[in-house]
Design a protein around this ligand. Structure first.
Ligand code: MG
Ligand code: ZN
Length: 539
């Protein structure tokens, strides 16, 4: 037998064997493989660039706190599959967090800023609601507010993300078993604003003084007592959370939970009352996994987006460390299990972030031991960035938000000078600015985008953005933070393209039993990520 014939014959045998062996598999591949539990982890604003910041810090920073250089993203990428997903809203180039969460949750296209509604304006069933129908337990965890766009997209149906009072009612009506986040202000009656009211006294007692009691509701519904009547255990601090069991409503802040820098700084403080994102996630998994039929859980690291909107690189690094810690916990929990599909993605990229090389502070020549450089020095033409910058970013002591709102704005008006801003920035960050730079940060102009009655564009005078000002849409004092970012850009080797979101496709990391992660290992749109996750829910 010739070699060619032999290989053909062997091929025939092999393919008939394959056919036999694969017959049951083929029908199985038409019906996608299933998982008892689905955990979706969303880094808000976490584009490939933001993951790149974490990877650079973990693997290149001389003093990285991730001493083995191994991130949770390395782990899940090694265990499962990676895909790339487009995020745009219906008929748009770019998406916001509400439409993106809706598309991930329902598998259907949505319009910008809609919550749990399809592109035509109809209420759309979410993966959380589907899981509930299948008898599974459900949970939402976020370090922002439970009524904020990302968690809301999974369990509320409203025309606009700003309707947080209505979203709170939807979340409660939906009976989401475990809800852990901030945003108490949308859950308590308006009358609680009166210090003498019975509602106020009762809430102070329930919360043991852990959370500021102030309502943003326009009615007297007390969703906290309504939750109690629906058999929720309530938690307003860590010790209450530790004791809670079964259905849990945990609201640990008036608005958002602390930012990543504050979380890092207070983690080991025994007096800390607010749980970390990891602690909330652990509690949610603990409680939800008691259901024999399984669970669906969405965990959001929501403040990556906020740091990125402000172009605050140091804070963003701490936000990335927060999702890293949380994902590591989830991966540890899932280790050795074959019943849980984990999907990690972002809703969009924020800021158009990147380290970049520059003409500033050009490198000096230095000697290299290699042959090729024996007669000349190694001297690249440009500044490609020093890895020590990563440690300096980590060492930032306050977020840009805290620098302006908690420190600078707290000064008497006549003390709000460039010199005082420079003093604060230089004390709180490792990237010093001069008084002249601080003066540029504080410069203002007539609002070039003034729009009467607009939530964000109605200020007459705004920080002077100059180039690309239209892309810095939060034209309140917030834009001072973006201006500060521009002043330290050269020192950080960091550039930011925008104060809003970009359409950069985001990464999708999945691991799960059997081949449940296979449908995610390709180029997708977020509606498909949602559909595939829904299909993976085991009956
Ligand atoms: Mg969000
Ligand atoms: Zn955003």
């Amino acid at each position: 037998m010739s070699i060619r014939k032999a290989s053909v014959a062997a091929g025939l045998v092999a393919s008939s064997l394959l056919l036999t062996a694969c017959a049951p598999m083929q029908s199985a591949s038409q019906a996608p493989e299933k998982a008892k539990n689905v955990i979706m982890i969303i880094g808000d604003g976490m584009g490939p660039q933001q993951i790149g910041l974490l990877l650079a810090y973990a693997k290149q920073a001389p003093n990285s706190v991730i001493t083995d250089g191994n991130t949770a993203f390395d782990r899940i990428a090694a265990n499962g599959r990676m895909g790339l997903s487009m995020t745009h809203a219906n008929n748009n180039l770019v998406v916001d967090s509400a439409a993106s969460a809706t598309q991930l949750a329902t598998g259907q296209l949505a319009g910008a800023e809609m919550i749990g509604v399809d592109k035509d304006g109809n209420s759309a069933e979410s993966i959380l609601e589907k899981a509930k129908k299948l008898g599974k337990s459900t949970g939402l965890v976020s370090d922002t507010r439970i009524t904020h766009a990302t968690p809301a997209g999974f369990a509320a149906h409203q025309s606009h993300r700003s309707l947080e009072n209505e979203i709170a009612v939807d979340l409660l009506n939906n009976n989401v078993d475990v809800m852990l986040s901030g945003g108490l202000r949308y859950w308590i009656p308006e009358s609680a604003n009166d210090e003498q009211s019975a509602a106020r006294q009762e809430l102070e007692a329930l919360s043991a003084g852990s959370v500021r009691i102030k309502s943003k509701r326009k009615d007297d519904r007390n969703l906290i007592t309504e939750a109690q009547q629906k058999n929720y255990d309530l938690a307003f601090n860590r010790s209450q959370l530790a004791k809670a069991d079964g259905k849990i409503l945990g609201l640990f802040a008036y608005s958002a939970l602390p930012n990543g820098i504050t979380e890092t700084q207070t983690k080991d403080d025994p007096a800390r009352t607010i749980p970390t994102l990891k602690e909330m996630s652990a509690k949610a998994i603990d409680s939800l996994s008691q259901n024999d039929k399984g669970f669906f859980l969405m965990i959001e690291a929501g403040q990556i987006d906020w740091a990125a909107h402000y172009n605050d690189t140091g804070t963003m690094l701490h936000e990335m460390l927060r999702i890293n810690e949380t994902l590591n916990y989830v991966l540890d929990w899932a280790e050795g299990r074959d019943d849980t599909l984990i999907v990690v993605t972002a809703d969009h990229e924020t800021g158009g972030f990147g380290f970049s090389y520059s003409a500033n502070d050009l490198p000096h020549g230095r000697d290299l031991p290699g042959n090729v450089f024996k007669d000349q020095q190694f001297k690249p033409a440009f500044n490609f960035g020093d890895v020590a910058t990563l440690d300096t970013l980590y060492e930032q002591k306050s977020s840009y938000g805290d620098i302006f709102y908690s420190q600078f704005d707290a000064l008497d008006k006549d003390q709000q000078t460039p010199a005082n801003l420079a003093r604060i920035v230089n004390a709180e960050t490792g990237f010093d600015i001069t008084d002249a730079q601080a003066a540029r940060v504080l410069e203002t102009e007539d609002n070039p985008f003034y729009t009467e009655g607009h939530k964000y564009l109605s200020a007459q005078t705004v920080p002077k953005m100059g180039v690309n000002g239209a892309f810095f849409t939060y034209q309140t004092d917030d834009n001072r933070q973006n201006l500060l970012a521009r002043e330290v850009a050269e020192q950080q080797n960091v550039v930011w393209a925008t104060g809003t979101h970009t359409n950069t496709p985001v990464l999708v990391f999945t691991q799960g039993p059997g081949d449940t992660s296979a449908p995610f290992g390709k180029v997708l749109h977020h509606t498909e990520v949602g559909q595939r996750a829904i299909e993976a829910l085991e009956d």
